[in-house]
Design a protein around this ligand. Structure first.
Ligand code: SF4
Ligand code: SF4
Length: 210
């Protein structure tokens, strides 16, 4: 089975949903849609030891100025007809169903300080509806199907109410997504979202029209 490509998640899932100018990713075209940012985006979550349920075998991708793991190679990604370089560890040589960096006893990430953006961005969700995009944070929809390093089933994380620390984390993650948008030259509404996270009315959703 081919590895799930995390670049697809970044470009199609995140940038394709939050763009404010149309762009092309290879043959696929994305156009702006209204975005609603839920106050639930600002929540935090627990990630206890001995889980690792979400650390499956995906491609691991870094921007050129980030940590390129020893296994990573340069590949080019085409956006709007131009090629952009990223560092990728495809994990094709990893025979396990789990990420090569998952500690099999603790369930912790062995490269946590340098984990790829797509690992870091969880549990933020960009939900696509016919008429709008909703940006929020929530548990894995198929968390029950995940297998922990202990062999037990079910993601062990739980959502927690928003506080100053969780809001700072969300801001940091959105800034990291913005680096990917800028790297690929995709115009997004991330500046408005980050401004709302920093100083907005968190009692109500933020609506960003097209
Ligand atoms: S599934 Fe949840 S608790 Fe388990 S490693 Fe991932 S984020 Fe942590
Ligand atoms: S790099 Fe770390 S956080 Fe990402 S999937 Fe691998 S073990 Fe999990």
């Amino acid at each position: 089975m081919p590895q799930a490509d995390s670049i697809d998640k970044i470009v199609r899932g995140y940038l394709g949903s939050l763009c404010r100018q149309s762009f092309a990713f290879y043959e696929q075209h994305f156009t702006p849609m209204p975005v609603v940012v839920s106050p639930l985006l600002l929540r935090g979550f627990t990630c206890p030891e001995s889980c690792g349920g979400c650390c499956g075998k995906f491609t691991l991708d870094w921007l050129p100025h980030e940590y390129p793991s020893a296994k990573s190679i340069i590949r080019t990604i085409n956006v709007n007809g131009a090629d952009f370089r990223v560092f990728t560890d495809s994990q094709r040589d990893n025979s396990s169903r789990q990420c090569r960096h998952l500690h099999r006893q603790s369930g912790r990430c062995k490269i946590y300080a340098h984990r790829p953006f797509t690992c870091d961005f969880e549990l933020i969700r960009v939900l696509r509806y016919p008429e709008k995009i909703v940006l929020t944070q929530k548990l894995y929809g198929r968390g029950w199907a995940m297998t922990r390093v202990t062999g037990e089933h079910g993601a062990a994380c739980e959502m927690q109410p928003a506080d100053a620390a969780s809001i700072a984390e969300v801001e940091r993650k959105l800034l990291r997504l913005n680096e990917w948008a800028e790297h690929f030259g995709v115009t997004t509404c991330l500046a408005a979202v980050i401004d709302w996270v920093r100083q907005g009315d968190h009692q109500h959703p933020l609506s960003i029209p097209v």
